[in-house]
Design a protein around this ligand. Structure first.
Ligand SMILES: [Zn+2]
Length: 323
């Protein structure tokens, strides 16, 4: 028995749909060089984090050592922000570091502190993946929070009509409740991603044992549902990655998965808006976040209907995130 309560998928849905999030912060985040990550879940789920304070330069210091010390501190602070970015950005709505959208692509790996000897050794890269495994003009569709009996079949149908592939980031209990859908996803050539058990977007504030349980139990539920199909990715709910959770995922063969494009489809901003946002933000990188669970996803389905042919006409090919 799990010590924590699993929300029913419908609970997740209702909350996700009722709360808005600011949009259009990604440009700022990008300018700030912050990789953002995680998931487009409602801001109310996110920990209320203050904007990380940048160490201010000491303008009055006369001693060289003081200046050097301040510079070092600033550099370390910047490195710390880079490392913290993926875990914390989604909660910082309204600040330049806010987002859930993503600038991604560039910086995550360089600031990675590397594996901890206190945890199982990673067997895949534990940095956050956002790039495509194929070269060229690519798009990586990632579809979160399912499988859902109402929406997943529709998403699968649109993808099939457009010869598009996607990564499905499943919640363990949803896979367990709808194993036939999980197997359909695999049979259609899509890839699986562990999206945890409880969709706890504050799990980066919980202890390592809790994070491990969320990740490993989610993985097992997905594997049980699919008869042991590979699960090559892990995406933390709300982008609540920690170095520990990334290593735990990587020790189970799952590459942490971020995104570059956040359509905010869960807010149901209108089909046009979802399509426009996707096309605009694809300049930042190839990995697109969408949802087939957590609420009414009619807009997402319709957006995919419009977006996929358009992307193909523009010369995009469908790829997968690097593993
Ligand atoms: Zn999610």
């Amino acid at each position: 028995m799990r010590p924590h309560q699993e929300p029913k998928p419908s609970d997740v849905a209702d909350v996700a749909d009722s709360v808005g999030q600011p949009s259009d912060v990604a440009d700022v985040a990008h300018t700030a060089g912050q990789p953002s990550d995680g998931d487009a879940t409602p801001s109310s789920w996110y920990p209320r984090l203050g904007r990380p304070a940048r160490p201010s330069r000491c303008r009055t210091a006369l001693l060289r050592t003081a200046v050097l010390g301040a510079a070092t501190f600033t550099l370390l602070g910047a490195a710390g922000l880079l490392m913290k970015g993926p875990e914390h950005l989604p909660g910082l709505a309204g600040s330049p570091f806010s987002a859930g959208t993503a600038a991604g692509a560039s910086t995550g790996a360089t600031a990675d502190p590397g594996p901890s000897p206190d945890l199982p050794a990673p067997v895949v890269d534990m940095s956050i993946s956002r790039r495509s495994e194929d070269a060229g003009k690519t798009v990586n569709l990632t579809i979160d929070d399912g499988p859902d009996p109402q929406w997943t079949p529709r998403v699968l149908a649109v993808l099939a009509r457009n010869d598009a592939k996607a990564v499905f980031c499943m919640l363990g209990p949803n896979a367990r409740a709808h194993p036939e859908l999980a197997r359909q996803v695999v049979a259609a050539g899509h890839r699986l991603c562990d999206h945890s058990v409880s969709h706890d977007t504050a799990m980066d504030h919980k202890d390592t044992a809790y994070q491990e349980k969320e990740i490993v139990d989610g993985l097992r539920m997905i594997q049980d549902a699919t008869g042991g199909a590979p699960v090559p990715y892990y995406r933390a709910p709300g982008g609540a990655f920690t170095p520990e959770s990334r290593q735990i995922a990587a020790a189970h063969g799952m590459r942490p998965l971020g995104w570059n494009v956040d359509t905010r489809d869960f807010e149901r901003p209108g089909v046009d808006r979802i399509v426009e946002t996707a096309q605009e933000q694809l300049r930042r990188g190839p990995t697109v976040l969408l949802h087939d669970g957590g609420g009414n996803r009619a807009q997402t389905v319709e957006a995919l209907e419009r977006l996929l042919p358009r992307l193909k006409a523009e010369g995009y090919t469908f790829s997968f995130p690097e593993r």
